[in-house]
Design a protein around this ligand. Structure first.
Ligand code: SF4
Ligand code: SF4
Length: 420
């Protein structure tokens, strides 16, 4: 009989005692293709794209990736896409990963969940909650976002199949013009899902095309973006809690980063694997200088997925990369908002095709958030501020006072939504 019930927890057990923590999670993009055609998607290709299908990793190749993942001591794999359930061998790959003892996080739009797939998740639990992105609360908004008239019904059917079998899942949103008016309805519905312990997150700062494959599609995504002020208002609408959380976050994580490009986790763990078997430092970063392609290396054995080689040959060098762009050196390298700001090599790549060109939209978003938190005055530029530590200390002190008052005095009312 096949055993699926292997549960291992990070950092637990004699195997890891006295040793560095095992690498976190491997993201595997099973395909770039998707059965939906969302207006804001950074990666999708049509479901019937034969050229993409032919180039995708074979079943054996994905299995080699999973074997190497487990051998590296990694506990969790995320199957993402495109839409991972589009792959005909999804069930086979899922079972293979679970037999290796890997926890599997499936990231899906739920429209292709069949009774058979739901039964499989019930019989062989993924050990991670499935993550479902929801594009609206009506057939109309769903169709406007996804370009598919039947998407709402299909997604709700998939969700119902999981609920019937008590397969744990969480939902996320994507705040877009066709569904903005449904956001509160979405949050109220999400609160009825048994495994949703907090308000669902919603994608706010849209990414441009990660393959830089279509200027017109990137321009369309750009036009869908929230204004920085609206984004700040939405983030901060649960006022007291948000300020308390952000005060703590800023106290720990913001400050000028200097010239080194990577202050995030990219290249620290096992990385991610794209649909064609290339190993990336992170899922979003597809700049050729940061990608390891095992197929291009002559001595690579067929059974090697290239994860170990990438960790030795590429990741350490990538993490040492330093900014060259003069604008970055003047601004981002000295900016205390780094941490609050999403500027990073992946975002520079998607917007500009470089690793270090500042992204104006993200800069404006970070400045709007900082103004909202009282860290910046109108007209101030974060990279010119020198007394940022005392500003953060003031935010922390104020947030602590407000939080105490809020705890003692009852519930803080949600701020009125500024979006129509
Ligand atoms: S998306 Fe950016 S911040 Fe996140 S891991 Fe990749 S490079 Fe780092
Ligand atoms: S706020 Fe602007 S200057 Fe600061 S890190 Fe972000 S993009 Fe760079």
């Amino acid at each position: 009989m096949t055993a699926y019930a292997v549960v291992r927890r990070d950092g637990e057990g004699a195997l890891w005692e006295g040793k560095p923590k095992p690498p976190g999670r491997l993201d595997v993009e099973l395909t770039e293709r998707c059965n939906l055609s969302c207006i804001h998607c950074y990666i999708n290709r049509p479901a019937g794209d034969r050229e993409a299908r032919v180039r995708e990793m074979s079943t054996e190749r994905v299995q080699a990736v999973l074997r190497e993942t487990a051998a590296l001591g990694c506990f969790t794999v995320r199957f993402t896409g495109g839409e991972p359930l589009l792959r005909e061998d999804f069930a086979e790959l899922y079972r293979f990963a679970r037999r290796l003892g890997l926890r599997v996080l499936v990231f899906t739009n739920a429209t292709l969940i069949t009774p058979e797939i739901a039964d499989l998740f019930a019989r062989v639990p993924p050990l991670e909650k499935i993550e479902i992105t929801v594009y609206g609360m009506s057939p109309e908004s769903y169709a406007a976002v996804t370009g598919v008239s039947t998407a709402y019904r299909a997604a709700r059917r998939g969700i119902a199949l999981l609920l019937e079998r008590r397969v744990p899942f969480v939902v996320k949103g994507a705040l877009l013009p066709p569904n903005r008016h449904e956001q509160q309805e979405f949050e109220a519905w999400a609160a009825t899902i048994p495994w949703m312990r907090k308000r669902p997150s919603s994608l706010l700062d849209l990414n441009l095309r990660a393959r830089r494959d279509s200027h017109s599609e990137s321009a369309r995504i750009e036009a869908l973006r929230l204004s920085p002020e609206d984004g700040a208002a939405i983030r901060g609408r649960d006022r007291a809690r948000y300020r308390a959380d952000m005060a703590e976050f800023c106290g720990k994580f913001i400050g000028p980063p200097g010239e080194k490009l990577f202050s995030c986790g990219a290249g620290m763990g096992v990385g991610s694997v794209d649909a064609y078997g290339r190993v990336q430092t992170c899922l979003l970063l597809r700049h050729p200088d940061t990608v390891y392609d095992p197929a291009a290396v002559e001595e690579t054995a067929v059974s090697e997925a290239g994860l170990s080689a990438a960790r030795v040959r590429l990741f350490p060098a990538v993490r040492e990369l330093r900014a060259q762009d003069p604008e970055y050196l003047v601004r981002c390298a000295r900016c205390f908002l780094k941490g609050l700001c999403d500027q990073c090599p992946a975002k520079s790549w998607m917007e500009h095709g470089t690793l270090d060109t500042p992204v104006s939209y993200l800069c404006e978003v970070a400045h709007a958030r900082a103004r909202d938190l009282g860290l910046l005055a109108v007209g101030e530029r974060a990279w010119e501020v020198t007394d940022w530590k005392s500003r953060v200390a003031r935010l922390r002190a104020e947030a602590a006072g407000v939080h105490e008052a809020s705890d003692a005095g009852g519930e803080e009312r949600d701020r009125t939504w500024r979006l129509g």
